[in-house]
Design a protein around this ligand. Structure first.
Ligand code: COA
Length: 322
């Protein structure tokens, strides 16, 4: 058993095309002012035809590996969280494995909607600590533009496309107190109808669109996310004052601000990308992480708490010393 696993590198990929709120207001009954006031979103990236789940995941993963100073020979597992895989199978994780030229180990996809990255990180952490893997690419990659009902103003303004990734390896003596301190996962299947995709492979009679009861999801989000962050802190005998950074799921600025208030964190210690990325589901946390590590805000030794909630209903948190 390894005492701890370490996030050794982070990376992200965003599609080239940016769609601002004004562009959406030309085709649906909405305004830039409404979207910004209710969600904080100004724009989102939308994938082009070649920017598939696997393509974007591979770009983010390659960036995370480079950031870790590692190569594909160091990877023996690829775990990819997505609700929008390119195919039902093979897993998009294996398309990434092939694209990057990784020839050993294993890979699979994780389906936990917007909590997918936290779930995938928890699995990677467990596998590394028990010795089943020694170098894991953990990826969140999403093409939600494919499952939007572009005539439904209540949902289509909220989501965007993109991918984020981290590279997880076993901790060593030289890592000191660094590493994934704990992860905490929850699900409540009885709440599945609050947020779901109306469709599946081989069901042409279904619309294939994302359906959401936004008000109810909002109500659950703040309470459940605050509880799962406190659960992570309590498990490590830490308090709100010990947190250096909150890297939350980027669904809505109002949910993020409410979380910051609940944790007594000034807004300067909360990483926000929802204004530019919108909600990229499983990609949102690793994309935010990549941005804040890349621009030097998150530094070695910082205590970072990540959280997410999504369809399922699923939610979870991870506490990580960088
Ligand atoms: N532009 C303009 N008006 C809009 C609109 C849009 N894009 N979307 C909805 N509206 C309208 C509604 O039709 C409604 O009009 P009505 O009062 O005439 O019926 C009004 O705005 C209020 O709608 P409501 O749904 O109550 O707004 P809200 O303040 O709850 O905000 C969300 C809606 C979706 C932004 C908010 O509920 C939310 O963010 N929920 C959480 C979603 C989330 O996080 N999902 C992902 C979780 S992973």
């Amino acid at each position: 058993m390894v005492a701890r696993s370490v996030i050794a590198g982070v990376g992200g990929y965003l599609p080239k095309r940016i769609v601002g709120n004004d562009e959406l207001s030309r085709t649906i009954d909405t305004t830039d002012a409404w979207i910004q006031e209710r969600t904080g979103i100004k724009q989102r990236h939308i994938a082009g035809p070649t920017e598939t789940c696997a393509f974007m995941g591979a770009r983010a993963a390659a960036a995370a590996l480079a950031n870790a100073g590692c190569g594909t020979e160091d990877v023996d597992a690829v775990i990819l969280a997505t609700a929008t895989p390119d195919q039902a199978f093979p897993a998009s994780a294996l398309r990434v494995q092939a694209e990057l030229g990784i020839t050993r180990g294993f890979g699979f996809d994780v389906s936990a909607a917007c909590s997918g990255f936290i779930y995938a990180l928890a699995i990677a952490d467990s596998m590394v600590r028990c010795g089943q893997a020694t170098g894991v690419l953990v990826i969140g990659s999403e093409v939600y533009s494919r499952i939007m009902n572009w005539a439904d103003r209540g949902t289509c303004v909220l989501f965007g496309d993109g991918a984020g990734a981290v590279f997880v390896r076993p901790g060593t003596d030289r890592d000191g107190g660094r590493g994934i301190l704990s992860t905490h996962l929850h699900a409540q299947g009885a709440l599945g109808d609050l947020l779901y995709v109306d469709g599946a492979v081989g069901r042409p009679e279904r619309s294939g669109h994302l359906v959401m009861n936004g008000r109810e999801v909002f109500r659950h989000a703040v309470a459940k996310l605050a509880a799962v962050v406190d659960e992570a802190l309590a498990a490590n005998r830490l308090g709100h004052a010990d947190i250096d950074w909150l890297v939350p799921h980027q669904a809505n600025r109002r949910i993020i601000d409410a979380m910051g208030r609940k944790l007594d964190l000034p807004s300067e210690q909360v990483v926000v990308t929802v204004d530019r990325h919108a909600n990229t589901s499983a990609a949102s946390v690793p994309l935010a992480l990549a941005e804040a590590c890349g621009d030097g805000r998150i530094k070695r030794g910082n205590l970072v708490v990540m959280e997410a909630l999504g369809g399922g209903m699923t939610w979870g948190s991870a506490l990580v010393r960088f």
